[in-house]
Write a protein that binds this ligand. Sequence first.
Ligand code: SF4
Ligand code: SF4
Length: 374
Amino acid sequence: MTEARSIVDAAGIEALLEALRGQGYSLIGPTVRDEAIVYDEIATLNDLPRGVGDEQEGGHYRLTRRNDEALFGYVVGPQSWKKLLHPPMLRLWSARREGDELRVEAEPEAREKFAFIGARSCELHAIAIQDRVFLGGPYVDPHYRARREDVFVVAVNCGVAGGACFCVSMDTGPKATFGFDLALTEIVAGRSFLVEAGTEAGSALVETLPHRAATKAEIEEAEAILARTAENMGRSLEAGDVRQLLARNLEHPRWDEVASRCLACTNCTMVCPTCFCASVEDTSDLAGLESARSRRWDSCFTLDFSYMHGGSVRQSVKSRYRQWMTHKLSTWRDQFGTSGCVGCGRCIVWCPVGIDITEEARAIRESDGQKGAT
Ligand code: SF4
Ligand code: SF4
């Protein structure tokens, strides 16, 4: 694999999209819909959000007009790649009564090859986390595996930081360091992109594009852009000992305070790129001839999610918020060996009341009555 970094222009990016399509990939990338950046099918460069920026804060998201023609001048929107790898609703099997027989058919695994265009570093970390959840243990999810195995990733190193981003604290960005075939840094808005190959397939693809070797000055410019992004993170979270901090503060009064604001709306779990919880539901037609079982995203914020025989284990909003946050930042480490949070900031931005996981962790830290305990 070539380690050399190359420069491609807009025509080179267009050629990249065309080449991937020629290899049978469905191109999924950022587009503007309903006044937000969403991941959807794209055909050409013109489908990317040219000249678009964004404003992100607790409970606040607006697209803005940049004063340049940047193709990737915004940060992550409400959706993540999870919607393609772990779809919000997935039929698992269906059954049909035919005379005295019941024919049961398992849902076939998807065979579509995706190319993810514009995945950010925090999102690559999130995909790696979901890989551990769905593929890492003894019970591999066949639907996730089928969707995941052929993905070609064109990452984009972040040239701006969002108001709610804290990937630097979580050591998950802003530069993509793994999990990509190609990584782009937009060094001249809309016109010039530094390209790094992360795999043999990526390297071979670059060779087919109109490109030239990057100069030392261009490489330094890309590094300077990333350094500026890292300096401008909107938020931070002291992550080093947060696992122990939360574990010893399960009865902290802050949980009551946050519960008084939390609407248990589930938004934070829907937008989170690592949340993976799902429920199964069965449906049947009125004639009793057909039925199906589907898996759909669920959330630890609903009363039903922890329903066992006789009732819900987590009756209060306090217990549900605490479950979510301690799982993300604390017990996820026990379960999967990493944090469950990659610092993308979506849960802060899309919370209708602006509850902020970094602020909640800080509040508990500032009145941690058991400092020094484990
Ligand atoms: S918990 Fe919030 S900041 Fe962390 S990965 Fe999920 S949505 Fe992003
Ligand atoms: S923390 Fe915010 S987004 Fe999450 S359930 Fe509560 S109100 Fe909804």
